[in-house]
Structures are given as structure tokens and as C-alpha cells.
Design a protein around this ligand. Structure first.
Ligand SMILES: Cc1cc2nc3c(=O)[nH]c(=O)nc-3n(C[C@H](O)[C@H](O)[C@H](O)COP(=O)(O)OP(=O)(O)OC[C@H]3O[C@@H](n4cnc5c(N)ncnc54)[C@H](O)[C@@H]3O)c2cc1C
Length: 357
């Protein structure tokens, strides 16, 4: 079943989107801007978000008859990768996830109302995590949700609720929710917790689609996360290599020391491996069964690659100043927060063992 999972078919469109997104994110998200936004309550630049909507990035994986561009989910990957590379926070992943949840789990009326809006820049998010960290159907209590990204900016929240004893998905208007901001390790992101309000039956998504929509959310979340982590791993390696080529110690640049070269090569190989698996995942994501395998492989690899590259980078910057001054800490935090979301590398490997062995 998995013999051809190694195939990577980056289309011309994806290559173009990648170039465009890398340039855009590089210009709009220099590290000075990333650091300035750490202090900002919203955490992202609304003008830049409006530009992304203008570029059509929000409608990529939404069908044309629902107001989108009607491209593939794979075409979202180069954009998420570029955002990860430039540590650019935005509600892109959360809005894309909500759109996919509505597309695969919403009623016709819900699709008609929300997909054109999300495609043109309305922010949305998903709220799945219980305070225990679980998100599976049978774990849902319908009481409190945590790790809800960009909730403050969202107009609508796709969340799991309990209704007549059944776990259902619902589209909850943001203004019915009282949110509390959470302190999370990745300071570029904004995360919130809320107590689920009383559910109006009109918010419910069709019961028979709940399970498939949740599977879709998990698949898309892991794909977008693999893209973010893979982009960040590449950037972390570049950042570290630049430093190794400029910092002088004991009469030479520190990159001349073998003890620093070898782990740097490992970090580079990890980041390149993650990129290959990411593009393989983009190629196979829509194939029944194989998509999940490819996405979990990409996520597991990217999480490990970024963690390793960022750990080495922090070590190599020893004697440089406080950790907070060193951009490597920003990348390390991205990896740590991601691991707390839809599973860390060990979790995905355990699932892969079930799927492959
Ligand atoms: C390339 C290189 C090679 C070296 N080789 C040797 C060697 O062979 N032998 C030797 O004896 N020494 C060596 N040194 C020097 C040695 O690394 C430092 O003397 C030693 O690391 C100092 O350790 P430290 O824990 O005091 O601080 P650091 O190693 O500078 O700090 C460790 C980490 O903690 C962070 N940190 C420190 N204080 C705080 C704080 N208050 N809050 C938050 N974060 C903080 C730092 O930012 C850093 O990320 C080398 C240094 C370099 C750069």
C-alpha cells in the first residue's frame, strides 16, 4: 500500500506559491517584527493578514462555488512552510482548519454562509482540546476548551460539544464566548481557554458528519504543523550556520571546530529530510489511508528535526548572552508547543506502527 509514498510531485503552482510566500513572509516578518509582536495582545499584523486575503491564500483549499480558488489542500503547504520559516504568526492555520471542518462537516447552509467569508479574510478557529489535552470523540466533556489559537481574533469557532448526550461539532459565534488568555511556551502564538456556553441547536453541524470532519481536522492540522515545523527547522539551521561562520573564538571562527560541524550537518540533514517528507505528505494527503501515514511521518520527522536543530543552536550560542536574546529560543519554543498539540513525534510514531506493522 505504501510503496509509492516516497513520490514527491511538487507542482508548478506549488513551486510558484512557495516562491511568492517565502518572499512575502521574509519581507513582512523579519525577526525584529516577530519580536515586536511578542508583546502585542493580538500577536499578528492585521494589515499583513488583509494582504494575505488579497493574495487569495485563504481561499486556496475552498471550492470555487463556495467562494474559494478551488485548488488543493497540498497548495496550502508551501504557505504554511514559509510562515514557519519566518516565524510569522497569523490565524492562517486556524482559519484553514475551521474552513476544512466546515467543508467536510457543515450543512449546506453553514457552508454557504461561512466559506465565502473565511475565503475573504474572516478569521476562524477550532476548539477541540479538553483540559486533559485529549481531543478524541469519546474524550469530549463539552465543558471547557483549551489551546484555542487566535480565539480573540476569530468570528466563529468550530468546537466539539455535548448535545443530548452525543458528541457533536458546532459553529459557535465568538461573541457568545468568554475567553481567558493562556500562557504558552511559544510566545509568537495566542492561545485561549473558555467554558463552552449553552448550545443553540442552530449552531450544530450535521451529526452524521462529525467523525469524518474530526478526522479531517486532525489530518489538516498535522499537515499544516509539519509544514510550519519543517520551515522553522530550515531557518534554524541557516541562522546557526551564519553564527558559526562569524563568531570567533580561540583564534578562529567556531564553525571550524569539528565538534560543531558534525551536529550542524545532522541538523541540516534532519531539516532536509523533513522537507522531503513534507512534500511527500502534500503529494499523498488526499489518498485514502496513505494520506494519514504520509502526514504522520512528516510531522514526526519535522518535530524531531526542529527540536534537534534548535537545541544545538542554543548550545552553540553558549556564552553569547541570555537565552532570550538568542533567536534559537524562538524556534525551540515552536517545537515544544507543537508537540503539545495533535501529538509529538513519539505519538505519531506509535500511530504509524499501528498503521504500518
Ligand atoms: C565555541 C566554544 C567553545 C568552548 N569550549 C570550551 C572548552 O573547551 N572548555 C571550556 O572550559 N570552556 C569552553 N567554552 C566556554 C564555555 O562554554 C563557557 O565558559 C561556559 O559555557 C559558560 O557556562 P555558563 O553556564 O556560565 O553560561 P552559558 O554556557 O553561556 O549559558 C548556557 C545557556 O544558558 C543561558 N543563560 C545563562 N544565564 C541565564 C539566565 N540568567 N537566564 C536565562 N538564560 C541564561 C545562556 O543564554 C545559554 O543559552 C567554549 C565556548 C564556546 C563559545
Amino acid at each position: 500500500m505504501t510503496a509509492h509514498l516516497a513520490k514527491i510531485a511538487l507542482t508548478e503552482m506549488q513551486a510558484e506559491l512557495r516562491d511568492q510566500a517565502m518572499k512575502f513572509c521574509g519581507e513582512k516578518s523579519p525577526v525584529s517584527k516577530v519580536r515586536a509582536l511578542l508583546e502585542d495582545e493580538r500577536g499578528y499584523d492585521e494589515a499583513v493578514w488583509a494582504e494575505m486575503a488579497e493574495l487569495g491564500w485563504l481561499g486556496i483549499a475552498i471550492p470555487e462555488d463556495q467562494g474559494g480558488l478551488g485548488l488543493e489542500l497540498a497548495d496550502v503547504v508551501p504557505i504554511a512552510e514559509a510562515m514557519g520559516k519566518h516565524l510569522m504568526n497569523s490565524p492562517y492555520a486556524s482559519t484553514t482548519l475551521a474552513a476544512q471542518a466546515i467543508l467536510h462537516g457543515g450543512s449546506d447552509a453553514q457552508k454557504a454562509e461561512w466559506l465565502p467569508k473565511l475565503s475573504s479574510g474572516t478569521v476562524a478557529t477550532v476548539a477541540l482540546f479538553e483540559p486533559s489535552g485529549a481531543w478524541e470523540l469519546d474524550a469530549v466533556t463539552g465543558e471547557t476548551k483549551t489551546f484555542v489559537l487566535n480565539l480573540n481574533a476569530a468570528e466563529i469557532v468550530v468546537t466539539t460539544v455535548k448535545h443530548d448526550g452525543q458528541t457533536r461539532l458546532a459553529l459557535i459565534p465568538r461573541d457568545t464566548i468568554e475567553a481567558r488568555r493562556e500562557t504558552i511556551i511559544d510566545e509568537t502564538k495566542r492561545s485561549y481557554r473558555f467554558d463552552v456556553p449553552e448550545i443553540d441547536a442552530i449552531w450544530l453541524m450535521p451529526a452524521e458528519l462529525t467523525s469524518a470532519a474530526l478526522d479531517r481536522i486532525e489530518l489538516v492540522a498535522n499537515l499544516l504543523q509539519a509544514a510550519e515545523l519543517s520551515g522553522a527547522a530550515m531557518a534554524c539551521v541557516d541562522y546557526t550556520v551564519d553564527y558559526l561562520k562569524t563568531r570567533k573564538q580561540f583564534g578562529k571562527v567556531i564553525g571550524a571546530f569539528q565538534a560543531l560541524k558534525h551536529p550542524t550537518v545532522d541538523a541540516f540533514m534532519g531539516a532536509e529530510g523533513a522537507r522531503s517528507l513534507l512534500y511527500a505528505a502534500a503529494t499523498h494527503v488526499e489518498r485514502q489511508g496513505e494520506g494519514e501515514i504520509a502526514v504522520r511521518m512528516a510531522n514526526a520527522k519535522a518535530g524531531g528535526a526542529l527540536s534537534y536543530a534548535a537545541d544545538r543552536s542554543i548550545q552553540f550560542h553558549g556564552g553569547f548572552g541570555f537565552t532570550y536574546d538568542c533567536d534559537a529560543q524562538l524556534y525551540r519554543r515552536v517545537a515544544m508547543f507543537a508537540a503539545s498539540q495533535f501529538g509529538d513525534a513519539a505519538f505519531h510514531r506509535a500511530r504509524l506502527a499501528e498503521l504500518l506493522l
